[in-house]
Design a protein around this ligand. Structure first.
Ligand code: NAG
Ligand code: NAG
Ligand code: NAG
Ligand code: NAG
Ligand code: NAG
Length: 646
């Protein structure tokens, strides 16, 4: 389903402004160079802003990039000329930090796994006069200890096709999104304040345009908008895609805090206040909202949208749990009734939602009373043999207590960013001897770093790279592992090739191990025929109040440079039946993506995408050509005692 916007373009002129390699100055060097500044006039460093990611040695290496030795993964916007003083126009500098180094732009490229970038924003106020254009596999990361502020200038104006202060996917001159939205993977924005309050309320402006697919996340962003009557400000706009995850977002003011449609999303911990409509749901297939707090808006969640031509409802379903709506006349606006089409559209589940000073908790064709909604309410089709319609209070829903936190809500926990950990706590795998060049066998080097870090309670930092392993990597209890962009662990060789003797690539604990592991921002993959590879095996037994967590850890099986499982290796043959005996065994790429075994307990997975590639992300034709990759199984959960949160 596509909601293509009809856009016409006079011209696309993307000014590029290259500042290469200005070294990042530390305070000491900075002071020495500013010799005419007096000690007194020089601001003393706000040490509480220190963040390890800003200061760590930047050794990311993209081995399959055309020019890996000069390609920079980590980019500090200040090294590209951004000033961050709230006065200088930093648009060109920020866009140059993103675009430098022959990357995959929305205007000439569909996707690429060889040009990842972490674009880092130190504390500061960055004034922009037009959109920040996001390229493929880009993470925009602000300093979580002193959130950088992005501010539109009074003359903020984006050329046609650019939307928002941060444009996650721009339109190209043909009127289509530059990256097709459902293939827009691997990107994040986190730790920002987007302050639109000084921009005229009567003029339309959006914080983030985010039509993305899987393995994308927005985290810890505050959207400040005008709440003046008639405000045209919007926090997030998203018209299509196949997402995705968002958490820890705060929306203040605006016409719509969020105005979005997509196939599906999972969202957690969103706060809205003083908006006309907190959430305008344009369309969806299915959507899960958890821990949403809406206060002092006119409408909480509007899911009544219909196709103007046919009158058919465009929102498939919404699930709203563990949330609150207060001081808002209309809680959830719906348009479903027994005759509305399609028959299952407008499905709604409300569970454990507090309504406080809300005249119509659910309003639309029928308006159930607060008593009917009480703690659980459903509207839609039930999955029973006769597919009967439900409309009203739901009984028989039991929340297993082992899945709950002390306030009765389902347990939730955000991705750790280690914001208060000093730099000395981080142990780089590249400094520890791993090469990450896609060729060297890094098994022994990685295992050494992981073991040493766990024994010293340090945090393992995977500099970007492609780390080839030929044996299982064991991750002991107490490990904390975080990647730069999405580094890849690539299994390879005979050890993982026997379908009758499957072997884990990453093994989190062995049966009997107790403790917790934290792991974020990484991809596990295989190279060539790996019919016995279990990409991630979890055996560890973690206490429920300190579970083992995986955040933004994904499997990617086939479909990228270095996998030997690309379009030339494993072409699709849609017009030829393939009997089992004729299966190309070189394209049997994994035994299983993830196995949570019987002893495993206390496991929390957030935004984990277990993907077997249906297309080649580095297809030289730029067409995202489909491929044929065989993976035996996806996810197997055998945990006997749980809890396991997905
Ligand atoms: C130092 O002096 C130069 C030349 O007068 C001036 O351009 C520059 O802005 C001064 N720097 C500071 C930090 O005052
Ligand atoms: C400096 O640190 C304090 C906390 O000690 C914080 O409240 C403040 O926002 C920081 N200043 C800047 C400019 O980030
Ligand atoms: C929710 O998000 C806010 C804002 O980022 C954050 O301060 C808070 O800790 C988050 N709460 C949870 C339960 O993650
Ligand atoms: C409620 O929101 C309106 C804007 O819609 C704002 O003017 C008003 O100050 C808010 N009230 C409170 C108590 O925050
Ligand atoms: C909900 O959105 C529709 C447009 O899709 C609009 O016509 C309607 O007025 C809105 N309802 C509420 C209660 O905000």
């Amino acid at each position: 389903m596509l909601f293509a916007l009809a856009l016409t373009f006079a011209s696309i002129a993307f000014a590029q402004h290259w500042h290469h390699g200005r070294p990042h100055l530390n305070q000491h060097a900075h002071r020495a160079l500013m010799s005419n500044a007096t000690e007194d006039s020089f601001p003393t460093p706000n040490t509480s802003c220190d963040y390890w990611l800003e200061n760590i040695n930047h050794q990311g290496l993209s081995p399959f990039h055309g020019n890996p030795s000069s390609y920079q993964v980590f980019r500090n916007v200040k090294d590209y000329g951004a000033v961050g003083d709230g006065v200088s126009d930093d648009t060109l500098a920020i866009n140059s930090a993103i675009s430098s180094g022959d990357r995959c732009s929305p205007f000439n490229c569909e996707s690429s796994t060889t040009t990842p970038a972490v674009v880092y924003f130190p504390a500061g106020t960055y004034l922009v006069s037009s959109s920040i254009i996001v390229f493929y596999e880009t993470q925009l990361i602000g300093n979580p200890n002193c959130l950088p502020i992005l501010k539109p200038s009074l003359d903020f104006k984006s050329p046609p096709g650019r939307i928002g202060i941060i444009d996650g996917d721009s339109y190209d001159p043909s009127g289509l999104l530059g990256f097709s939205s459902t293939n827009t993977f691997y990107r994040q924005v986190r730790n920002f304040i987007i302050d639109m309050t000084s921009f005229p309320a009567s003029r339309s402006i959006r914080g983030i345009h985010w039509p993305t697919g899987q393995a994308t996340s927005l985290q810890n962003i505050v959207f400040q908008m005008s709440d003046a009557p008639g405000t045209q400000h919007e926090g997030i706009f998203m018209e299509e895609g196949s997402g995705g995850f968002m958490a820890d977002l705060v929306f203040e003011g605006g016409l719509n805090g969020a105005n979005w449609g997509n196939q599906q999303f999972t969202m957690r911990n969103l706060t809205f206040s003083n908006a006309v409509t907190a959430i305008n749901q344009i369309w969806d297939w299915g959507w899960t909202y958890k821990s949403v707090a809406i206060n002092n808006c006119s409408t909480g969640l509007n899911m009544s949208s219909a196709d103007p031509a046919t009158g058919q409802l465009t929102v498939g379903s919404v699930t709203l749990i563990d949330s609150s709506i207060e001081n808002t006349p209309i809680g959830v606006a719906t348009a479903r009734n027994v005759n509305s089409l399609p028959p299952t559209a407008g499905s709604l589940i409300i569970e454990n939602v507090d309504f406080n000073n809300v005249a119509s908790p659910v309003s639309g064709v029928s308006t159930p009373s607060i008593n009917e909604i009480s703690s659980r309410f459903g509207a839609g089709r039930a999955y029973t043999p006769d597919g009967h319609t439900i409309d009203g209070a739901l009984e028989h829903l039991i929340r297993p207590t082992s899945l709950l936190q002390s306030d009765g809500r389902f347990y939730e926990r955000s991705k750790p960013q280690y914001s208060t950990e000093p730099l000395e706590m981080f142990y780089s795998v590249r400094s520890g001897g791993a090469r990450g060049d896609g060729v060297t066998d890094d098994t022994a080097a990685l295992q050494r770093v992981i073991n040493l870090a766990a024994s010293l309670h340090k945090i393992v930092f995977f500099d970007f790279g492609i780390y080839r392993v030929t044996r299982t990597l064991y991750v002991p209890p107490g490990s904390r592992i975080v990647g730069e962009s999405y580094p890849v662990i690539l299994s390879s060789g005979r050890f993982f090739a026997n379908m009758n003797r499957p072997q884990p690539v990453i093994r989190i604990g062995i049966p009997g191990d107790k403790g917790s592991v934290e792991w974020s921002d990484m991809i596990v993959s295989t190279q060539g025929s790996q019919a016995g590879a279990i990409l991630i095996e979890i055996n560890i037994e973690s206490p429920p109040d300190s579970p083992t967590g995986l955040w933004d850890v994904h499997t990617r099986i086939g479909g990228f440079t270095g996998s030997h499982l690309q379009q030339v290796d494993c072409p699709k043959t849609p017009n030829v039946a393939t009997p089992p005996a004729a299966v190309n065994r070189r394209c049997i790429a994994a035994f299983m993506a993830m196995h949570i075994t019987k002893p495993a307990a206390g496991i929390y997975l957030e935004n984990v995408w277990l993907w077997t590639a249906d297309h080649d992300l580095d297809d030289p034709s730029g067409q995202n050509t489909q491929i044929t990759i065989y993976t035996g199984r996806g996810l197997l959960i055998e945990s006997q005692n749980g809890p396991v949160w997905l």
